[in-house]
Design a protein around this ligand. Sequence first.
Ligand code: UD1
Length: 435
Amino acid sequence: MLLISDRMLIRGGRPLTGRVRTQGAKNAALPVMAAALLLKGRRLRLSRVPDLQDIHTMADLLRHLGAEIEFKGGTMTIDVPEELKWETPSDLVRKMRASSLVLGPLVARCGKAVLPLPGGCAIGSRPIDFHLRALTRMGAEIDLEQGSVHARTDGLSATRINFDFPSVGATENILMTAALTEGETTIENAAREPEIVNLAESLRAMGAAIEGDGTGTILVRGKKYLDSAEVTIIPDRIEASTYLLAGVITRGHVRVDGIDPEYLEALTAKLEEAGAPVTASSDSVEVDCRGLNWNGVTLKTLPYPGFPTDVQPQIMAALCLADGTSVIHESVFDSRYMHVGEFRRMGCKIDIQGNTVVIAGVPKVSGAEVHASDLRAGAALILLGLAAEGETVVCSLKHVWRGYENLMGKLRSLGADIELLPDGESGDKFDGAGD
Ligand code: UD1
């Protein structure tokens, strides 16, 4: 029996109304922090860094490798010494799968790296074979010894990499590696996420020449040394999507500020298809669902610019309360439906067929004690709780703290009736990690 760090009590049924400001993107900040390892005796300064558990885990990992880090008020400075350690400790790597983002930078900078192989997690098996194959193609020798990846090289060479799938992490790892490898590396079937563009911008600010980020082909002309730089982290599209869906599921009126509406197009197109009116300005998106007739829709998760898998659990929560049937096909991860069992305990009608779920919309759901299996599943359970009749207790919130800054404050500012309960002993049902 594990002691749970926190639980949230939600008294549901209040429409959420108001405005929230988007945090900096967790999934952009993590690779940009890892990119600091490419520097030698230089400094990387980041602004709009969200204050999240995962960010602290990455900071601890970089400190372990030798970096000095200050983090205050959203600004982080990372001072990287001339000499770095290249062995990563398994306790930190196991906490967060994004730790594997230091592999490429360490190999490029130190000529060697040891990384405990991340295992599967609550959302799928998540191997890193694309990362390893691409590093091998660039000239790294890779062995697996006692569950850890041991990589070494006498010198990497620029080459052509063609990914089987546009993996976000593999694209980031190779982009960083190529930035410190002299010559021209081409990455084909690259991921096109805005977070990749933010990383490329950071590497350009450090002196690398990169073209094509945001498309499927990225061209990198790497440099022998990279220089100090200042970088601003882009807004978090997954956090913004979660608050918009809080407006939808409670039939409220929510505006999210400080977000580029283009990042949310796959979501806002679905919201409009389902009947939710969306208004966008140059840096805000708003949904007004008061008196809304919200209909079921069909959607498929895909790499960007398709519908994000990291919003799948949250939109599923909202679709459980739609009129009619919805179908969701998860095509990015192989088992991202662990939240479904908890949803059913609140009265949702969901049938799982392989990677597809069929949802029969219900007019209401009821409060229950439910457990977060991972970060976005936790967010989705909170959304359901906000819409449910009666009281919901969401347990295992430790997953949620990994991705949502000031979640309590932001939800309360929208009118949510929520409170944190003292630590309980109800057991952690899942050993999740999630994104
Ligand atoms: C990143 C995001 C995560 C998001 C995911 C997909 C970060 C820190 N995390 O995770 O929030 O859910 O993108 O948008 O940015 N795959 C392989 N072999 C590999 C690499 C990936 O088979 O070497 C598979 C994965 O198992 C998965 C799919 O490819 O099924 C997508 O994974 P990937 O895009 O790499 O996701 P992450 O970078 O881990």
